[in-house]
Structures are given as structure tokens and as C-alpha cells.
Design a protein around this ligand. Structure first.
Ligand code: FAD
Length: 272
């Protein structure tokens, strides 16, 4: 399908993008890699008069280490994350997750900021950001703020982003000696997660998070408590996805998804 007509504006800076959003309000939408927005426009699920392209703004495209954190600009593509030596060395779980996203074309254009703003329940980044205790930097006309990943994802395609705000970067703490992994049971055509499980174990204990299972990505505190209490991977994984509302669709029923959450949690824990 062909989308309705829209005006394309290429923003040169974050300030310009924010000012354009203020000027055009509901009629405008930010455009990053376009891998979720353009299909939605083509299907006429959304209709905007202005698309503000932020994908080439230099300040949104950096990956840097500062004060024990790695900061990933919102417009860094999944492919750039796969290829970053800094991320490979310090945040292996990010390289691993990025490499599992879609195909080469999707990884070359899709961005981490676009993905988390879209908040597709089957996307891979949300679980990884929850498990790594990441936070999201936002900027709007009122200034900038930082939101923990746990508070950012609020429901199906719903986030803490307020009108006129944009994501500028993602900050991830680096813990020397931490063990981490991301595994997923993927839909074979799109490679979106039917179940994604991210695990980080460091000096502060275990953090285990799921995406794809529920409409909102979540930390599984039962599994974390079990691991911190010294239970085996098998026992801890058997507690996965209990007491949460589980999605059911034509890819996986509720019961199957729940069982796959336990299976993939066990695989993740056993691989550490
Ligand atoms: P866009 O589509 O450009 O934007 C998405 C939304 O985010 C829009 O509403 C836009 O306004 C908003 N937005 C963009 N940037 C910002 C910003 N800086 N601040 C605030 N809002 C912003 N994802 C996975 O996780 N796993 C997969 O396996 C996977 N497989 C895929 C397979 C296919 C065939 C396709 C088409 C997509 C797949 N994706 C997958 C999604 C892909 O990873 C994209 O990252 C994702 O669609 C959105 O990122 P984008 O950069 O393309 O954002």
C-alpha cells in the first residue's frame, strides 16, 4: 500500500527536532529507521502530515563510555551495535541481542531509539534494557530527564514519552565481571520475539527480564529471588512467568508461551 502524502523534514539537531515537534504537534511524527513507522503509514494505521527525520543527527549517533556507563545514541542502528568493539567488549548482551534482530536490512536501518519508542511487545531491546538496569535519556521543550527502563515501558506500544519529547540516548551501567545473556524463541519469518529472556548476574545479584511474553516487558522478581537465594537454574527457571498476564496470538497460545518462557529462561541461565 501507499501511504498518504506527508511532508518530509530532515532535522539537523535535537533542538531543531524538538522545535519542529512543538510547531506541528499531533500532525508530526519523528522518523528514525522507518521500519515500524513506514509500514504503519502504508497500512494507513497512522497518518501524519509531517515526518521529522532525526536519523542523521550526529549527536544521536554516538556510542561512548563515560563514568562507568556506556551511552548509546538513540539513532545508533542495531547493525552499528553488532559492530561496535566497545559494546562487544563491555556489554556483550547488547551485541548478542542486536545480532538476533530481523535481517541485515532491518539491522542496517532500524535504531535502538526507534525500537524502544515504538515499544512493540515482541521487540528485543526492552528485556535487555530491563535486565541491564539501563535508563533512557529524554529531551523536550521543558528540558531533559532520565527515566529507568523499568518505568519507561508502560504497556502495549506505550511508554513514558510525553508529547513533544524525544529519546536522545540510552545509558547502561558496566559491571566488571558481570555475566549476561539474551536468548529468544523467535517468529521464524520476522525474527520478532515470541519469548525473549535477558539475564544479568553481577555483584548486586540477578536481574532477569522477559519481552514477547506479556504486553509489557517485565523483570521476573520470582526468578531473581530464587537465583539470589541459591536455587539451581532449573528451579529458578521453573518459576518464570508466573502471576503475569501472558499474551496469546496465532504464533503461540498463552500456555505454550508460558512454558517457552520457562524453557528459554533455563537455557539462558544454563549458558552463563
Ligand atoms: P521508526 O519506525 O522510524 O519509528 C518508530 C516509532 O518511534 C515512531 O513512532 C517514531 O516517531 C518513534 N521514534 C523514533 N525515534 C524516536 C526518538 N528518538 N524519540 C522518540 N520517538 C522516536 N525488532 C526487534 O526487536 N526484533 C526483531 O526481530 C525485529 N524484526 C523485524 C523484522 C522486520 C521485517 C521489520 C520491518 C522490523 C523488525 N523489527 C524487529 C523492528 C526494527 O527493529 C526497528 O527497530 C523498529 O521497527 C523501530 O525502529 P526504527 O528506527 O525503524 O523506528
Amino acid at each position: 500500500m501507499i501511504p498518504s502524502n506527508f511532508n518530509y523534514i530532515k532535522a539537523k539537531s535535537v533542538d531543531e527536532a524538538i522545535s519542529l515537534m512543538g510547531q506541528h504537534g499531533d500532525e508530526a511524527r519523528l522518523l528514525a529507521g522507518g521500519h515500524s513507522l513506514i509500514p504503519a503509514l502504508k497500512l494507513r494505521l497512522n497518518d501524519y502530515q509531517y515526518l521529522i527525520d532525526v536519523s542523521r543527527i550526529p549527536e544521536l549517533r554516538n556510542i561512548e563510555e563515560k563514568d562507568g556507563m556506556i551511552h548509546i545514541g538513540a539513532m545508533v542502528t542495531h547493525g552499528e551495535i553488532v559492530n561496535s568493539d566497545l559494546i562487544k567488549e563491555k556489554l556483550g548482551i547488547f551485541s548478542q541481542a542486536a545480532d538476533l534482530i530481523g535481517d541485515v536490512q532491518v539491522r542496517n536501518l532500524g535504531t535502538i531509539g526507534g525500537s524502544i519508542a515504538h515499544a512493540d511487545p515482541a521487540a528485543d531491546w526492552p528485556g535487555v534494557l530491563l535486565a541491564t538496569d539501563a535508563h533512557i535519556h529524554l529531551q523536550g521543550k521543558g528540558g531533559s530527564r532520565k527515566v529507568a527502563a523499568e518505568d519507561f515501558f508502560q504497556g502495549l506500544y506505550s511508554t513514558a514519552l510525553e508529547e513533544g519529547e524525544m529519546i536522545t540516548s540510552i545509558g547502561v551501567p558496566v559491571h566488571a565481571g558481570a555475566k549476561s545473556t539474551y536468548v529468544k524463541f523467535m517468529q521464524p519469518a520476522s525474527r520478532f520475539a515470541i519469548v525473549g529472556c535477558a539475564v544479568v548476574i553481577n555483584g548486586n545479584g540477578a536481574r532477569v527480564a522477559f519481552n514477547g511474553v506479556s504486553a509489557t516487558p517485565f523483570r521476573d522478581k520470582d526468578v531473581e529471588a530464587s537465583l539470589d537465594g541459591g536455587d539451581s537454574s532449573e528451579v529458578a527457571a521453573s518459576k518464570a512467568a508466573e502471576g503475569v498476564s501472558i499474551m496469546s496470538d496465532h504464533f503461540a497460545s498463552e500456555a505454550y508461551r508460558k512454558q517457552m518462557a520457562k524453557v528459554y529462561c533455563k537455557r539462558a541461565l544454563s549458558s552463563l
